[in-house]
Design a protein around this ligand. Sequence first.
Ligand code: B3K
Ligand code: ZN
Length: 889
Amino acid sequence: MREASTAVVQREDYSAPAFFIRQVDLTFDLDPAKTIVASRLAIERNPAQPAGPLRLHGEGLNLLRVQADGQSVSFRHEAGELVIDNPPAAAAFTLEIRNTCCPEKNTELSGLYTSGGGFFTQCEAEGFRRITFFLDRPDVMAVYTVTLRGDKARFPVLLSNGNLVEQGDLDHGRHYAKWHDPFPKPSYLFALVAARLVCREQRIRSRGGRDHLLQIHVRPGDLQKTEHAMNSLVAAVAWDEARFGLALDLDRFMVVAVEDYNGGAMENKGLNLFNTKLLLASPASATDDDFAAIESVVGHEYFHNWTGNRITCRDWFQLSLKEGLTVFRDQEFSMDMAGDFSARGVKRIADVQRLRSLQFPEDAGPMAHPVRPDRYLEINNFYTTTVYEKGAEVVRMMHTLVGRDGFRAGMDLYFARHDGQAVTCDDFAQAIADANPGSVLARQLEAFKRWYGQAGTPRVTASGTFDAEARRYTLTLAQSCPPSPAQPEKLPFVIPVDLRLIAADGTKLTPLRTLVLDSAEQSWVFDDIAQAPVPSLLRGFSAPVRLDDGLTSAQRLVLLAHDCDPFNRFEAGQRLVLDALLAALRDGGAPRLDEAVAAALRRTLRDPGLAPAFKKLVLLPPAEAYIAEQLTVVDPQRIHAVREHWRALLAASLHEDWLWAWEQHQVAEGYSPAPDQAGRRALAGLALDMLCLHAVRQGDATWPGRAYQRFKDAGNLTERMDAIGALVRAQSPLAEPALERLHALAQGDALMLDRWFALQASAPEPVAELHGEAPGRVFARAKALLKHPDFSLKNPNRTRSLLTSLCGGNPAAFHRADAAGYVLWAERLIELDAINAHVAGRFARVMDRWASLAEPYRHAAREAIARVAARTDLSNDVREVVTRALENA
Ligand code: B3K
Ligand code: ZN
């Protein structure tokens, strides 16, 4: 039975809590089958609300006893709440609760659960109520003291937030540890860990001279995979102090890895928990991308210590207050760590690609919501790329509008005003604006904040005219935004558009400028322009919009050859390729690789002045999902066929260049995940892909043979995965023995097994005209893998590695004319929902864009969603996603 309320929560309905909890004293008697939680709460009535019952959240708990000020008190249960109608009348009183919960049966992995024989918690957003009865909302902040008791042999390490104040042995082989966290915090930041773990330690001294102990706790055997995470943590601590003046406020800062984990990681005060996937890395076990992701997520969770923990959210509608800001901070951290200009550019391009391939579809689909949502049925459905990545772009635009120093002044003011409080997105924007009086942001604050309130991706259209005689260039920008669910009309956004005019030979005709588009249409006049300019618009992707730049291919070729802004240079190349792919989709038949485009791509590939990582981004054709987003009617099979054709063309036309690229970008020195080495590997990996593809089509076994050899001998996982990936993507017969070998290699290594599943589920389906084989092989194989003994729906990483890779990451395998993909989706979704609603809610979203599908896919997809929606036993998570999918199409 699901106990949670099924009412929609509205932002407008916020009211302050009727009671505050100032202190919490928790004692856990840890037992996997029945853990006893004793809670002692120091409660104060909110003087603004002198009457009324005390309502505490609680879910899936077994209540043993409640006492107020030492006296028993009557209570009742009501829709996920414990209601005490007559609490003590005094302004302050103590409530004591005893309850039990069952961690080993907690497959939701929210609240207190077991993984690999240990205890772990996940409380954000509303998991604490699955541990004990509480005012489980972020604006109730308390000081916690936590005592953990458990079997010493099975759970030798006992951790909770803050400082260890006491520990010792108890009878019957048990022991205890008592922790005290001096900082008041909301319940979602509570954590405990009790397990058999080992730890890497490092002592550091801050700039301010304070000493700290950093610890990373992992299972025995994983210790040698923690060096990179520790380096990243040390760097993050130093960076936040240097860039934002924010120092670590705790003597001890702990990080713990856990294998069964719903998300990526969690910023619990002083005790961050991480999915093993985002913490453990060695050259042999993690790819360059994994190393980069670990650095960024370790940074992200650490940065939450100030942006999220010291200042938290008033209510969950304000989630982007901490998430958008902290993503912005982790992006800046990674860029500063990447070092040189071009590596920074590569990071920015990757962030924009992520935004455009995940957030733009979300913003155009049935789950579209503002960065600060207005309503939810299940808050876990709103840990979205809109709240995170678009939220970060909103912060980035403020940064652009007030400048780097102005932004720092704004952050300082934000902390001066709100440290220790639970606040709103408005409070944040106000602080940045108030610290920069006279800025565009301050003058336009109300209009700027539409970025928080209005959903949808604005479209900006640019057109320019050049008057050679008057030496005058006029640029006109217009904006519009399509309707979103519950938002038929939008007001104009305040859009910073970074711009520079350049000449056909690459000469800069103007300095860099930030134009601010704040009405439906505006024009700017540039005088003294000697020759017809090429506008380089929205440089660095200065705003999260879709831009119709109105440029010709010739102008794009100029930007691809000369633009000094890495993002726009990349964008020019991508648009040239995208145009060719879209033309083929429009006109039918195979795409054409124009000689001028081929030459430009070749020049880019061979340009000694460009970083290899950047070249890879330009040469790799846009993802199928991104191509789909450019179309009003989407035929996934056609998109796949056209893109596969393009890859074959690119492999054939640039054959000599790929040979050159492969030879020139081998890494001989010892492994480092740093951008320079990783970039060379990335380009060599793409070259190998192209060489294998071409060879298989020519019936030549040399390159597949080399790839297989590389797969076997590689000294690091990046090269190993690139090699097997090249075999799989080229449909080489050697893919089979390589996959077998990878499976053998992965024994006992969960993360490696995940890769083995993911690689098969995301393999490209054969294209009839290219491979002489009808599609369906990849789908059939993935479906069979659901029955593999190594597969389980109970582990979120495993579920994602197979199901999300297939249904969300492999459009041509998933969208089938016989609807078998949709049937698989519906069946597995229902099964998963009974195990883990949060993971199911996320998986349900692979169908978001069903309404743009061509027939017969559209009809069949709708039917599958309707079949799920008709069930009466769904979680709020899945119910919200499927109903919105049907209502907002
Ligand atoms: N704040 C957590 C996310 C929690 C997800 C809950 N469903 C991780 C992060 O954003 O840093
Ligand atoms: Zn976060």
